[in-house]
Design a protein around this ligand. Structure first.
Ligand SMILES: [Zn+2]
Length: 224
């Protein structure tokens, strides 16, 4: 099985050559080319906005995000919505798992923000799920994608006021078939902007008896 996976990954490398996941330049098989690796620190989040989002959303206990949603990181995450690039997922999962390990998180059950069935049908995959599964492997923890379910319409959240966004985020989520009772859950998404969606998901999981919910996103939208 592992061999098949490895072979599959080699075949993918032929289709998608091993270039830098950020700039697309040749990178000799590394996730990043030397230039992007040297500039990676400029994309790193310093944690201050995560703290502010937790302050504004009292339901959020701990939010971990390695990167700012800017420049090459923004392009990478936009690309992940149209292409399930396994090397981009690997790179982001490595960084997320490292940031989580640095935060000293306990044994967790990993899950992801669910995607609407309509969107999933159109896109064919949930990029947050790909990321969450890869993070679970790195942390040596289990993944359970059935803790939360998405239901309801596709309202564009950007057109809504803050209050309406919160309401909408909460209304579009419901408990899934798995039971989070007594578990410490790690909830993974690609991007965190206001923390509304995370806060809504955390409240559903807590209502179902989750002991703690830790939230993690690959990137956080910088303040204007
Ligand atoms: Zn590069």
């Amino acid at each position: 099985m592992m061999l098949l996976k490895k072979l599959g990954s080699r075949v993918l490398d032929l289709i998608y050559p091993p270039v830098c996941v950020l700039c697309g330049e040749y990178s000799a098989g590394e996730h990043l080319c030397p230039r992007c690796a040297a500039g990676l620190d400029s994309l790193r989040s310093d944690g201050s906005q995560e703290a502010e989002i937790c302050r504004l959303n009292p339901g959020l206990e701990l939010l971990v995000t390695p990167f700012l949603y800017t420049g090459a990181m923004r392009s990478l995450l936009l690309r992940l919505k149209t292409t399930p690039d396994h090397r981009a997922v690997d790179f982001l999962a490595d960084e997320l798992a490292q940031s989580l390990a640095d935060s000293g998180i306990p044994e967790v059950t990993v899950t992801c923000m669910p995607m609407s069935k309509e969107k999933l049908r159109r896109r064919g995959y949930n990029h947050a799920e790909l990321l969450a599964k890869a993070v679970a492997v790195r942390l040596g923890c289990g993944f359970d994608g059935k803790l939360l379910e998405h239901h309801g319409g596709l309202t564009d959240q950007h057109s809504l006021s803050r209050e309406k966004r919160e309401e909408h985020a909460r209304a579009s989520l419901r408990p899934g078939r798995s039971d989070p009772k007594g578990k410490t859950v790690l909830l993974v998404d690609d991007i965190c902007t206001t923390g509304n969606s995370f806060a809504a998901a955390v409240s559903v999981l807590r209502e179902q008896g989750a002991l703690r919910v830790i939230t993690a996103a690959a990137a956080i939208t910088p303040e204007d």
